[in-house]
Design a protein around this ligand. Structure first.
Ligand code: UDX
Length: 475
């Protein structure tokens, strides 16, 4: 990095959650790869966890290490929100309040440190749940962008709900369909659960909707999606507010090979890839419910016996916080039979890229959904809450690459759904569709693809602003 001609410097600010950090970090890598310096920040506590889980990307204790990415560089620097780690892991409202109180001043300090170090920030990019980052950017006259980490359809639903632009049911047992432009009719039990009155997680609803209060301060609104996937939603929504798809933010090709630049909360059991390599093509059932979902012990038992009864090899992610909910002796018995592997955390993108994976039993978090699409893997959908239920509707009914496992799952339904997704005509049909979507996803992020072009336009726009001609090319 020559002193005479410093690289354009972008600051990426993430809410401390796995489902938030992953897409923002992947975007940060894509931006850096185009010849920029990107600083990635989140809370110091999250930083120490990812540092512990991913030794490879943090060779020293120094925050200022530059990691080469394509034509540019990435660096990490975390901010101190003063949270008590014991409370912030368990209590979301504590985490949110604390972030809102202490985050803005910590972020201002961090931005000032960049200027003092001779790398002033030219653009700030944040993700949902930390809307105050946009206020900080506005106060410091730094242009800003938001990365919406869920689907455009879900963005549109929340937007219409927040601005009272459509009628929404209050109860998921009602029959009324919600009609929104550019989106197929949605039944109440397919809406993001956080907008239903029955939703017990009110602080999450507030956190999601809070983003819409000041989103107009962002010059660009990006979404982790791609034009070919949500064309109609995007086209129609553009009349209300343009949202620019720059995804799928999923590592492919070289990015996947260099996947050590990642921010996992748990150390991933990479040896499962060796086991997968010994399995037959399309034979393994991969099961993962993301970083937050916890099933009750009885459902864990039904999953366990359903998977075992399926007679297929399976790779099941059971995080350490829920390990104790497995039926007693189950893990040991599976070990002895040698047909299954249970791990605390997997290198999921690489797992899905393995030819051995026949289907993915998922909670339909948006990252997992896009990772499955980009890998061309059929899905067994078991959504729990929030956007997951809406994503499941799209994966199964609109994209046609998933089969729905109804809740609460029983061992028989688990076994049946796995059979539908792996064997027979329905499985072949889903796999064909999944392959087509895989190609579309890869095209969008390839050089000159629809999403890649949008990232280029964004960078050029900031570059022009810095150079002083002020005129935006995405106006
Ligand atoms: C959260 C919400 O729950 C979800 O509804 C929303 O769409 C995004 O934020 P999470 O539940 O963690 O996310 O699910 P998901 O969006 O799928 O993100 C999980 C991430 O962790 C994925 O990128 C996945 O690849 C990664 N992962 C998961 C691993 O790397 N290894 C694992 O073993 C499991």
């Amino acid at each position: 990095m020559g002193e005479a001609n410093p690289l354009l410097h972008f600051l990426f600010v993430s809410f401390p959650g796995q489902g938030h950090v992953n897409p923002l970090l992947r975007l940060a890598k894509r931006v850096a790869a185009k010849g920029l310096l990107v600083t990635f920040t989140t809370t110091i506590e999250f930083g120490s966890r990812i540092r512990a889980a991913s030794q490879l990307i943090f060779p020293t204790e120094s925050d200022s290490d530059l990691i080469p990415v394509g034509l540019g560089f990435l660096r990490f620097e975390f901010f101190n929100d003063g949270a008590d780690p014991k409370n912030s892991i368990k209590d979301l409202s504590y985490l949110m309040t604390n972030l809102e109180t202490n985050g803005p001043s910590a972020l201002v300090d961090l931005i000032r440190r960049q200027s003092a170090a001779g790398r002033p920030v030219s653009c700030l990019v944040n993700n949902p749940f930390i809307p105050w980052a946009l206020d900080v950017a506005a106060e410091l006259s730094i242009p800003s962008a938001v990365l919406w980490i869920q689907s455009c359809a879900v963005f549109s639903i929340y937007y219409h709900f927040h601005h009272r632009l459509a009628n929404f049911p209050t109860d998921k047992t009602l029959k009324t369909l919600v009609q929104l432009p550019g989106i197929p009719p949605i039944a109440p039990d397919e809406l993001p659960t956080f907008i239903l009155q029955s939703n017990p997680y009110k602080s999450l609803t507030e956190a999601i909707l809070a983003q819409f209060h000041n989103i107009s301060k962002a010059r660009w609104i990006f979404s982790n999606s791609f034009d070919e996937l949500e064309h109609e939603t995007l086209t129609v929504f553009a009349e209300i507010s343009p949202i620019i798809p720059i995804g799928p933010l999923v590592d492919v090709g070289e990015e996947l090979e260099q996947e050590e630049i990642k921010a996992d909360l748990w150390k991933s059991a990479d040896h499962c890839l060796d086991w997968l390599a010994t399995q037959e093509t399309n034979s393994v059932v991969y099961v993962s419910l993301g970083s937050v979902v916890m099933l009750p012990a009885n459902e864990m038992a039904e999953f366990a016996y359903g998977l075992r009864n399926s007679g297929r090899p399976f790779l099941w992610v059971v995080r350490e916080d829920v390990r104790g909910l497995l039926p007693e002796g189950f893990e040991k018995a599976m070990d002895v039979e040698g047909k299954a592997m249970i791990v605390g955390w997997s290198p999921q993108q690489k797992v899905l890229a393995s030819k051995a994976v026949g289907c993915f039993v998922t909670h339909c978090g948006w990252n997992s959904s896009l990772e499955a699409i980009t890998a061309g893997v059929p899905i067994v959908a078991y959504p729990q809450w929030g956007d997951q239920v809406t994503n499941a509707k799209f994966l199964c009914d609109v994209y046609g690459i998933g089969v729905r496992l109804t809740a609460p799952a029983t061992r028989e339904t688990v076994e049946n759904c796995v059979a539908v997704a792996v064997d027979g005509e329905e499985a072949a049909r889903m796999r064909n569709k999944a392959e087509t979507m895989r190609e579309m996803a890869r095209k969008a992020i390839a050089v000159n693809g629809s999403s890649d072009r949008s990232i280029e336009i964004f960078i050029d726009d900031v570059r022009k602003r810095v150079a002083g001609d002020g005129q935006s090319s995405v106006d």
